[in-house]
Every structure is written in C-alpha cells, then in structure tokens.
Design a protein around this ligand. Sequence first.
Ligand code: GTP
Length: 244
Amino acid sequence: MNSTACVFLPPNYFLLGGGVVMATTHLHQHQHLSVTSHRHTLIIKQWRRILHTILVGDSGVGKTSLLVQFDQGKFIPGSFSSTVGIGFTNKVLTVDELKVRLQIWDTAGQERFRSVTHAYYRDAQALLLLYDITSRSSFDNTRAWLTEIHEYAQDDVVIMLLGNKSDMASARVIRREEGEKLAREYGVIFLETSAKTGLNVDEAFMTVAKELVRRSVQLPIEPRFHLHDLMEPEKESSGCCGFS
Ligand SMILES: Nc1nc2c(ncn2[C@@H]2O[C@H](COP(=O)(O)OP(=O)(O)OP(=O)(O)O)[C@@H](O)[C@H]2O)c(=O)[nH]1
C-alpha cells in the first residue's frame, strides 16, 4: 500500500527525492536549479554560489598583484600603491560542472587597517595568507596572522598559505620546505606562487574553489537527517495534508 506521510520540515529545508532533506541555505537564492537525486546521490547543475575569499598578509607581499594576475592575467611591476582598506573582485569559475562565483577581497596589509579587515573575516569561507619568500619578517608574521584568523574567522574556513614572489630565486630567504613545514603544523594547504610569472596563481584560487565546492555538496550527500527521522510513527503517516 502506498501511504502518504505528512511531514513538517524546519524552515529553510526542502525535500528531495528518496527522503533526502536539504537546507536551502546551501543554495544561492534566485538561481536556476536542475536537481536530480536519490538517497545517496545529488547532482546540481547550473549551481551558482558566491564563495567569499580574502587575501591577507603583510604589506608588500603581493596580494594585489596576485589578484590582478588571476583576474587580468598580467603583472605590472611596482604599479600598486598600498591597498587602503579593502577592495574586491568577482570571478566565475567552473569547478567540475558547477559554476561558482569567487568573490575575492583584497585587504590592506598595513597594521593601521587591521580593525577594518577583521570585520570581513567572519563572512570569509576561504583565506589566502601570503608571505614573500624574500622577506623573513613576512614569513615570521604568518603565525600572528594565523592567530588572528583563528580568532576572527569561522572555524571551518579554508586556509591556504602562499609563498609569493617565487620568481625571485636569487633573493630567496625562505626555503620551500619551511613553508611546507609551517603549513603542515597548522593543517593548511600550501603553494608557492609568483604574481609576476603567474606560477600557481590559477591553481591557488582553483584549489580553494574546489575545496569549498567539495564541502558544500558533501553535506547534502550526507544529509543531517532523513525524512523518516522527521516522520511520526505509523498512526500519523496518512490522512493529513489533503492527500488520500
Ligand atoms: N618579482 C615579483 N614582484 C612582486 C610579486 N608580487 C608582487 N610583487 C611586487 O611587490 C610589490 C608589492 O606588491 P603589492 O601587490 O602591492 O603588495 P600587497 O600585499 O598588495 O601590499 P599592501 O596593499 O600594502 O598590503 C610591488 O612592487 C609588486 O610589483 C611577485 O610575485 N614577483
């Protein structure tokens, strides 16, 4: 017999096939969705979501240059005066079959703007922390940055440590192994980049986008609860909601 259940879902949740319940908060509003699902599978096409990412690190490590290289594919030496406060760039990326909009905030490295940038940490889903491989102090300061990040950012923020200016081999003072060791210690992803040559620039942002998408779609595949968890026992399972 085909019995019809009456289920009251919590706000912001909707029902997919196979009794899977998904939070609407995991989807960006007003986007066209094409969703097919069964209990363990969820395929979302044309899925767009804004992924907030912040660039942080000491003044002069190359945050603005890295963002310009990623956004426009070019490097203009010495062209940027220090960032004042904060600015952002949007970039649409395709991760597997999903389109995601990476909104990247470029923060000022200077100490005097620190209280402004802290306010943006809370909304960030990913943080790219840069140091300059030719500057010992910028590397040493990453520990202080990581402490700040843990204080102000969300617990599950994706953090990536980037050793920038890797093209400046003769001026290098931080060995790659030191960067890798620090990243291991803090459990964060690590890459060396060059905003000048473009080395690993796309890779850095793509890695972040992939990780954020992976985390976002994983949750519905492993739903917090299933329909039967919400259903009352048998006596409640028919006769409501105008079905027969
Ligand atoms: N050789 C080389 N120079 C770089 C690279 N990235 C940045 N620079 C130079 O380093 C200087 C500082 O770069 P910015 O991008 O302004 O640094 P920033 O981190 O945004 O600085 P603030 O805005 O003060 O926080 C500029 O002269 C850049 O041209 C790189 O990968 N290689």
